[in-house]
Design a protein around this ligand. Sequence first.
Ligand code: PEP
Ligand code: MN
Length: 373
Amino acid sequence: MILILEADLAEQSPVFQQLLTRLKALPDIQFRIHQEQGAEQLLSEIYLIGHTKQLRVEDMEALPGVKQAIRVSREYRMLGRHSGDQRAQGFDYNGVHFGQDNLNVFAGLCAVDTREHVEQMMKALQDNGQVCTRMGAYKPRTSPYAFQGHGKACLPYVFELAGKYGIRVIAMEILHESHMDEIREALEKTGHPTGVMLQIGTRNTQNFELLKAVGRQTEFPVLLKRGFGITLEESLNAAEYLASEGNTKVVFGLRGMKSNLGDPHRNFVDFAQVPTVKRLTRMPVCIDPSHSVGSRDAGPDGIPEVFQVTAEGVVAGANMILVDFHPDPATALVDGPQALLLKELPWFLEDVRLARETYEERVLLAAAQGVGE
Ligand code: PEP
Ligand code: MN
């Protein structure tokens, strides 16, 4: 059961303390406090764990400081959507809103290779009104002999250039908790010119100790990719690990499933589950068309397949797009064949705008039918 408390209730306040005394007296119930300082209010939630069936919602709502009690109706206690659940969804980070009702594009380099390429990429983003990007510094590679990313060595110039070109959020995969410290240190040294969304890749979706470590910090939001060979439920539970440790600023990423049934795509595109994740949880949903399709191939109509699957995801309500671009894909050290060209960026963004407009019209059409009333 989740108790939503009145806004701006400090833990030291007498009301909060009275509530804790009452909760401690409940038999077979443990609890965990979660507080979030929003732009205007301090929001507090208390998660009750254990023999909660014995508790009555009305009794819990009569406790001091409690605004609403929600019986958890399914899994994913913290990130899930429960009946009667009116908690706000989404979060703000470094001036960018992430929610189930909007869309952010993260176009950028799969892997940072040279400073020049980073600068060309960021300049193109600024020229096209973009404030988010992807930049891989730590790369999980199939072969131990393949380029592993420049790691912490590239962070200072990546962050400085981001500041120069007005980039507010960089999605960056980490493979180990020490990478968080390296990122924090580089941001500190460069004077925090940008923000970072920590990405947990598909190979680490069920690396529970990494999830716990990333969940224990709340400075950086997290993009958790779906595991390539596990069920959706297993991946959503992985996201819940982050939240259960304290970090609820989580975006869930679909990136295709490893299956030869999807050939010749790199992965079998799973963007049909965008609305499913939005129905089961309150997380914004990201799609990664580049790692799904894996090539720059275009259909006979001239539309690249990366554009096509992006449109599929956006028309279904996706909230974030993680997409590979490169100023010179032939020299890219990682995933060159799937990177779109910088000159294609305005085209891509316009294509996305059309798909988003269609989604918004579809929402209005559904509302006109009385759906959801
Ligand atoms: C990536 O985004 O660079 C990446 C490696 O993705 P995934 O974890 O989905 O393979
Ligand atoms: Mn890649």
